[in-house]
Design a protein around this ligand. Structure first.
Ligand SMILES: NC(=O)c1ccc[n+]([C@@H]2O[C@H](COP(=O)([O-])OP(=O)(O)OC[C@H]3O[C@@H](n4cnc5c(N)ncnc54)[C@H](OP(=O)(O)O)[C@@H]3O)[C@@H](O)[C@H]2O)c1
Length: 403
């Protein structure tokens, strides 16, 4: 891949320069949606002119999409002027969604168990006990839109206790179809007299926050499980904008949870770790140095090639590589697809039949769930590949020490 690396790095460096110019121009680093809205008032005319139709053609399938540009900040604030958004739980989504909605000028409060890790983190982020930070029960009582962002296991274990507090007129919101879809396991059955909606950001809550601060937006899916008021979809879309979504596509609770659990157990996290490790170990077993094995497996992927896929697609990335690399990639891609497809079929079935749900509920329902997860993640951190990664990252010219 040496010659391809050089050409890909040249391409990447061109793109980086363009991206840097754009970022400087936009100066969005600390922009709230209000700053962004001002910027968009200039560009919206062009965007709306080209995107007036909200049913778009995705490779032959027509889908409805919702865009932030339809919700200028003043309209958003007016829409929620009588509402209190009560975010229950302050993990990564609580952090990202809560701070974004607060920065968008909405009335937001947080509900978490007192004196836990989340309580501490919420105070660090400026939520004030007794003003905007409460116990779970008190926050639900004060809220009109109850945003259940507890861990999926905690949504189940707390449900019998909190469901009577979700009274008529309130709205129940989730960021995952998990609890409602797997009701036989979770026992989460929403009250019949409330709207039940979902906005599921397609990324970590940390990314929800950083994209918002950069004036960008996360892609999210949006769904309605129960529409009592006739306004459930509109409300879901508005909340999606409030928490920092750029555009939203429609789904159902069931499709959201099936695709989400498959994705994170697949290409988004588990499969990529599996593939990285497999290739790294083969290179090491054949006498390649750690530095070479890591660069040919991870560093070149994340620093050079994958950003090109994000920018313009797979063919663009292939094309940015040498003809030698292109020939090999074209020959081997179908072999990897054929080999891995049965694994994905097995994974999807395990999601659909609830096996994955039951494992998550059991594991994350333990009192020691944080320590237990941390222990297994430490084992990954200590794998040779990722220890080597720390050294390689430290050699980047723009390196800042990790903590
Ligand atoms: N993270 C993502 O990338 C992502 C993306 C899209 C959607 N979602 C969905 O968003 C929701 C929230 O996910 P998350 O990742 O932000 O949170 P998470 O890390 O899964 O859950 C953390 C929150 O749950 C609370 N919690 C855990 N056990 C509890 C218990 N027994 N009683 C009371 N509180 C308890 C924690 O409080 P303590 O600190 O007190 O333990 C913390 O506030 C989930 O439905 C998830 O599937 C997540």
């Amino acid at each position: 891949m040496a010659s391809s690396t050089a050409s890909c790095l040249r391409a990447l460096s061109r793109h980086t320069r363009v991206a840097q110019r754009l970022l400087t121009k936009k100066s969005f680093q600390t922009a709230s949606y209000s700053l962004l809205a001002r910027h968009q008032s200039v560009t919206n005319k062009r965007v709306l002119a080209t995107r007036g139709l909200k049913t778009l053609d995705f490779a032959g399938s027509k889908e409805v999409v919702y865009e932030r540009s339809d919700w200028p900040l003043a309209k958003l604030q007016n829409y929620f002027k009588n509402d209190t958004l009560a975010l229950i739980g302050y993990g990564s989504q609580g952090h990202g969604q809560g701070l974004n909605a607060r920065d968008n000028g909405l009335n937001v409060i947080i509900g978490v168990r007192k004196d836990g890790e989340s309580w501490r983190q919420a105070i660090e982020d400026g939520w004030v006990p007794g003003e905007s930070l409460f116990s779970i029960e008190e926050a639900i009582d004060r809220g009109t839109i109850i945003m259940n962002l507890l861990s999926d296991a905690a949504q189940s274990s707390t449900w019998s206790h909190i469901s009577p507090l979700i009274t008529k007129g309130k709205t129940l919101y989730f960021s995952h179809g998990f609890s409602v879809v797997y009701k036989d396991d979770t026992k989460v059955i929403p009250p019949k007299d409330v709207d039940v909606i979902l906005v599921a950001p397609k990324g970590s809550g940390r990314t929800v926050r950083t994209l918002f601060k950069e004036g960008r937006g996360i892609n999210s899916s949006v769904a309605v499980f129960q529409d009592v008021t006739g306004k459930a979809m509109e409300k879901a879309v508005a909340i999606g904008v409030a928490i920092g979504s750029g555009y939203m596509y429609e789904t159902t609770f069931e499709k959201e949870v099936f695709s989400d659990l498959t994705g994170e157990r697949g290409v988004l996290a588990a499969a990529i770790q599996g593939l990285f490790c497999a290739q790294y170990k083969v290179l090491r077993a054949n006498g390649h140095s750690p530095s070479e094995a890591f660069n040919e497996t991870v560093e070149e992927a994340t620093q050079s090639l994958y950003p090109l896929i994000g920018e313009k697609g797979m063919d663009y990335m292939f094309n940015a590589c040498s003809t030698t690399a292109r020939r090999g990639a074209l020959d081997w891609a179908p072999i990897f697809e054929a080999t891995n497809r049965p694994v994905f079929e097995k994974l999807y079935e395990s999601v659909k039949n609830g096996t994955e749900t039951r494992k998550a509920l059991e594991f994350n329902g333990r009192a020691t769930y944080r320590e237990d997860l941390a222990k297994e993640l430490k084992e990954i951190d200590e794998q040779e590949i990722w220890r080597v990664g720390k050294v390689v990252r430290s050699l980047r010219p723009d390196y800042t020490p990790e903590h």
